[in-house]
Design a protein around this ligand. Structure first.
Ligand code: TRP
Length: 336
């Protein structure tokens, strides 16, 4: 019997604070769906997080919390490799090598670098500019064929492909050139509740614009109650003309599994108040078991630590294999 070899898939999330329902629907929930189909490798990207200033104690706590959240959302450490990026030194080591084939021009052109430099003008550091090279190292170390990325990371994935091809051309076939994994349910892009023309973001100045995975029921209901809609009263999916209502329908669909058409029918003739309450309830109901499981896990730090350590070891071995190959190709003396 022939066994189909699964492709490898890599992704990571930064432990830089609260995780919104947008991050959950757009990333973490898909990580769970992908784990049966691919060899999935998921990291908590703490090396990336320090490119903007972090409070040490908070970063440490956020790393543990993100790990607990991954597990609570259903990422199964028996099926995936789940680890902490800074625990695997090969990420920095490969990033250094890739730096020598990356050009300041291409890095300073990156949209995210420009945005973040403007936002953190007091701390435009080399790491901020080098961020996409480290990301390329993350992906290439695991010979990942696929990387699920949202629109904001597409340019970085493109650079990863360029670096892989550049290295392969210079030194011979070494890296798998990764493709972006476009999620089937690409309609599930969650926008701000206060301004549906913007993506939902935890760094929004208005706390009512986003819902986090840790928000309690009352806050969730309150935030949805305040969500921006429009001056007409029809509950219809029409992102162009009714962005607020459409965003709420998308969220309702994402959290209940009901189709947009069915949801429109369900709310036909009903008022915005009732609709917003139903969306809030659906989100709160879906988050409750995840929050409970996360709290249970956090009470057992030894268990989480054991999962991290297993993941670190597996990642270490995989990464080492690629790094050794790279070191050989570029001519580092190994005693042979
Ligand atoms: N930069 C990504 C983000 O902020 C996180 C990340 C780090 C990542 N390394 C990665 C995503 C490798 C995909 C692949 O969302």
């Amino acid at each position: 019997m022939e066994e189909k070899v699964k492709s490898s898939l890599f992704s990571a999330v930064q432990p830089s604070g609260a995780v919104t329902i947008g991050n959950y629907i757009g990333a973490i929930r898909n990580f769970v769906k992908l784990q049966d189909e691919y060899n999935c490798i998921y990291a908590v990207a703490d090396l990336h997080a320090i490119t903007v200033r972090q409070e040490p104690a908070v970063l440490r706590r956020n790393t543990l919390e993100l790990m607990a959240l991954f597990l609570a959302c259903g990422i199964d450490p028996k099926k995936c490799v789940l680890f902490v990026q800074s625990h695997v030194p090969a990420h920095c080591e490969l990033a250094w090598v890739l730096n020598t084939i990356s050009y300041p021009g291409e890095l300073s052109r990156m949209t995210q670098f420009k945005d973040k430099s403007a936002k953190h003008a007091e701390n435009v550091n080399m790491g901020l500019m080098d961020y996409p090279v480290l990301m390329a190292a993350d992906i290439l170390l695991y010979q990942a064929a696929l990387v699920p990325v949202g629109a904001d990371q597409k340019q970085h994935l493109e650079l990863t492909r360029d670096l892989a091809i550049r290295f392969n051309n210079r030194y011979g076939q070494t890296f798998t050139v990764p493709d972006g994994y476009i999620l089937k349910d690409s309609g599930a892009r969650i926008m701000s509740l206060a301004d549906p023309s913007k993506k939902m973001s935890k760094s929004d100045d208005n706390p009512n614009a986003f819902v986090t995975m840790g928000d309690d029921r009352d806050s969730i209901l309150r935030k949805f109650k305040r969500a921006v809609t429009d001056s007409d009263s029809e509950i219809r999916y029409d992102p162009e003309n009714k962005p607020g209502v459409s965003n709420l329908l998308t969220i309702y669909h994402a959290f209940t599994g009901k189709s947009l058409a069915d949801s429109e029918r369900e709310f036909a003739g009903k008022g915005y108040g009732e609709f917003k309450e139903a969306v809030g309830e659906a989100v709160a109901d879906a988050l409750a078991p995840i929050q409970a499981e996360k709290a249970r896990l956090l009470a057992d730090k030894a268990y989480i630590n054991s999962i991290i350590s297993e993941g670190d070891n597996a990642a270490f071995r995989m990464a080492r294999k690629t790094l050794s190959k790279v070191y050989r190709k570029i001519g580092f003396y190994s005693g042979e």
